[in-house]
Design a protein around this ligand. Sequence first.
Ligand SMILES: NC(=O)c1ccc[n+]([C@@H]2O[C@H](COP(=O)([O-])OP(=O)(O)OC[C@H]3O[C@@H](n4cnc5c(N)ncnc54)[C@H](OP(=O)(O)O)[C@@H]3O)[C@@H](O)[C@H]2O)c1
Length: 243
Amino acid sequence: MSERTTALVTGANKGIGYEIAAGLGALGWSVGVGARDPERLEEAVGKLRAAGVEAFGVPLDVTDDASVAAAAQLLRERGGRLDVLVNNAAITGGRPQEPTVADPGLVRDVVETNVIGVIRVTNAMLPLLRRSASPRIVNMSSSVGSMTRQAAAGPGEGQGPISAAYGPSKTFLNAVTMQYAKELHGSNILINAGCPGYCATDLNGFRGHRTAGQGAQIAIRLATLPDDGPSGRFFDDDGEVPW
Ligand SMILES: NC(=O)c1ccc[n+]([C@@H]2O[C@H](COP(=O)([O-])OP(=O)(O)OC[C@H]3O[C@@H](n4cnc5c(N)ncnc54)[C@H](OP(=O)(O)O)[C@@H]3O)[C@@H](O)[C@H]2O)c1
């Protein structure tokens, strides 16, 4: 079994996921680059390796049971232990997604990727995480999923775009994160949600005011929590985010 700390980042071929992989790699970790497209996967692994990261490719579509099972098998064959899982892959689902006009199929697709995908990947990886001395799970969420901030926004205003899909999928993800933390309480696994802030990536047509590298920092912090660190909580760079 490898002595090197091993992480898996889903949706790591671009954006914040790529920067999380680069950041964890810079710690000297071995980083599994999860990506659903083989060419984008190969390109990202090549770039990370060129930057000195011990990166390896993990073909992974979070919506596909067989793909997730194959990813877990790949990690089992590589050493059988996973120290850190970063559930980063997500979609917005496109537009329109205002509740009164949202296509139910779009809402279903967003929840399938952003929530069910996280459960699918987490449960497939848990046997490998349980073999680590200090397992950490980081769920990349968003403050647009904060019910407290949604309630605080003015009438007719959202925290982010008004949406039946993307924002609520992150609320669902936050709730699921807390439920995992409750079930895993008493184990050495710490699981938290992180918000990267509004970062310029494909997800928002590069309109964010932060860089993807800045967005990756919260994930790196939650991936490297000490053994007495928090679990079942929601953080961004400024501290705790209200649920
Ligand atoms: N950017 C922001 O301002 C912002 C703010 C708050 C939260 N976040 C969260 O931060 C995380 C990263 O977002 P980002 O801005 O970096 O987005 P991004 O640039 O659009 O990257 C999303 C990544 O997820 C992958 N992905 C999507 N569906 C997938 C699937 N079914 N299986 C595997 N991979 C899949 C994409 O792969 P492909 O290249 O194949 O599509 C891509 O690698 C997300 O969880 C997002 O919700 C972002």
